[in-house]
Design a protein around this ligand. Structure first.
Ligand code: PCA
Length: 325
């Protein structure tokens, strides 16, 4: 008797799993950055939260490090449904819409608090732009403040002429040009190789990417500038999103909001730790000197004017909303 009961429980469990399985959406999620990076770790935290909140109806598998699609291809892959969900440094696509580059305007939002305000001001317009591209925005998370990496001491633009510079979006390429450097766009996953082969000998990024790519093997100086805090965005293919019922969508949105808060807190917590690791591995880590700083602020003013021009009324509205917060 006892045996019969336990068998029928087992059978029920199998039937239950099969039922959930037949309705479960299995989503592969390409991400561009190292598996150990906090963005990627929060992709996994998000996937776990979604599985839990949807009772397994949405089952996301994270593929970090550009292993499924390279960073440059992730957005298109999700737009076209080759991947149902993905994560991307959206500013890398600011040539499609200047709004995607709102987080890369020099010296506009340089603290976590300011970055939060900026995304609150911009989120509606960015969501709309993404929806026009067949994407549903779920959440975003900021990188720590951006500073400059070199293989020598740099005190001003006089020291940067002709230097080969790795860029990650058109704003960073423009910054390089205005400093007399030669930009080449390289994904973070290929950064170590670009530095090792001399394709690039400097770049702008956070301590996070310098740490992930062990750039102390080639470079010697990091100048803290805190120039801006770009974001990674997680979005879903619109057809995949529309295939979920309203309750499931609400559960996924809840997990997205929780993950955004956790990821932002982790970014903030790690920001100075990353710089300590650069120093511990032999790099000179210090604030940009007065002359370099003043030049960067001038360049920032030029780039802000150029962004406002490119982004038009929609961009001006976002910046005014941000400044009013
Ligand atoms: N790391 C990313 C973007 C900004 C950052 O801090 C990178 O360098 O690709």
């Amino acid at each position: 008797m006892l045996k019969t009961v336990s068998i029928s429980f087992a059978a029920l469990a199998v039937a239950g799993a099969a039922f959930a399985g037949s309705h479960a959406q299995k989503w592969d999620m390409p991400m561009a950055y190292a598996a150990s990076n906090f963005h990627s770790e929060h992709g996994v935290i998000f996937a776990d939260a979604v599985r839990e909140a949807t009772g397994g109806a949405v089952d996301i598998t994270v593929h970090p490090g550009g292993s499924l699609f390279g960073g440059a291809d992730i957005k298109r892959a999700v737009q076209t449904g080759q991947a149902p969900i993905g994560e991307r440094l959206l500013s890398a696509h600011q040539n499609e819409s200047a709004l995607f580059g709102v987080d890369s305007i020099p010296f506009l939002a340089t603290s976590y608090e300011a970055s939060d305000k900026l995304i609150k001001a911009a989120e509606g317009a960015i969501s709309e732009e993404l929806a026009n591209q067949n994407l549903h925005l779920l959440y975003s998370c900021p990188w720590p403040g951006q500073g400059l990496y070199f293989k020598k001491a740099v005190n001003s633009k006089a020291d940067t002429q002709g230097v080969k510079f790795r860029s990650y979006n058109s704003a960073t390429a423009r910054l390089a040009e205005l400093m007399g450097m030669l930009p080449v766009q390289v994904e973070a996953a290929e950064l170590s190789q670009a530095l090792a082969t001399g394709v690039a000998e400097s770049f702008v990024s956070s301590g996070s990417t310098g740490y992930d790519r062990k750039v102390w093997e080639q470079l010697s100086h990091f100048y803290e500038v805190n120039a801006w805090m770009p974001r990674n965005y997680v979005f879903v293919n619109m057809q995949a999103w529309d295939s979920l019922d309203a309750d499931t969508q609400a559960a996924v949105e809840g997990a997205a909001a929780d993950t955004a808060a956790k990821c932002t807190a982790k970014s903030s917590e790690l920001a100075s730790w990353y710089l300590e690791q650069l120093a511990a591995n032999g790099m000179t880590v210090q604030p940009a000197g007065d002359e370099l700083r003043a030049e960067l602020e001038d360049i920032g003013a030029t780039m802000t004017a150029e962004w406002l021009e490119a982004a038009g009324d929609a961009g001006t509205a976002v910046i005014e909303a941000y400044k009013g917060m």
